[in-house]
Design a protein around this ligand. Sequence first.
Ligand SMILES: [Zn+2]
Length: 221
Amino acid sequence: MAAPGSAPVVVVDPGHDLRANSDTEPIGPGSSTLKIKDGGGTHGVVSGLTEAELNLRVGLRLRTLLRRAGVRVVMTRTRNAGASMGNIARARIANRARARLFLRIHADGSLDRAVRGTHTLHPALRRGWTDDVYASSKRAARIVQSELVRALGFPDRGLNERSDYTGFNWANVPVILVEMGFMTNPTDDRLLATAAYQRRAALGLCRGALRFLGRSPASCA
Ligand SMILES: [Zn+2]
């Protein structure tokens, strides 16, 4: 157990990995509904960057900012190597760390190249699975989404409540998943592929996380 007054823990989860993982896992504790562990994510239509690499770059920058601000950071991964661990494993890392926030970093893809902008996903309410984290996750989603939109300047696509996300249903700590932008949109992709925008994304996420923790977002700069 963390001592009172000690640094809060944020678990940073850069989505995906070098390879997809087609094994399946139950979408929630005790569920007979199975879902694939990791379809592998999207990639930049112009940049050619993989989503796994983009998520990791932003995640590592976010780690640096949060640490500087006095937050303890646990990463679900720090490299692109091997098959993705799946979403139960990611949630278990956050649960074990007793994270004050489990922050999952992704970028989106769409068949429609015109679709762009930032949105944040949070768990839907389901008794026995998410009732313990529903309200706090929704509050975190609202705060982080607004800071991320402000930092990136992308269109605000709002929040999405999801009941089918394995990593949400297994989490016993507040959890959100940010979709920074659409890598299938040339504008979002071009910008997110730059170090400047990866820095902006990390700054927005840091500010959002600190505000959610009741700390001053000024310590992110
Ligand atoms: Zn993804």
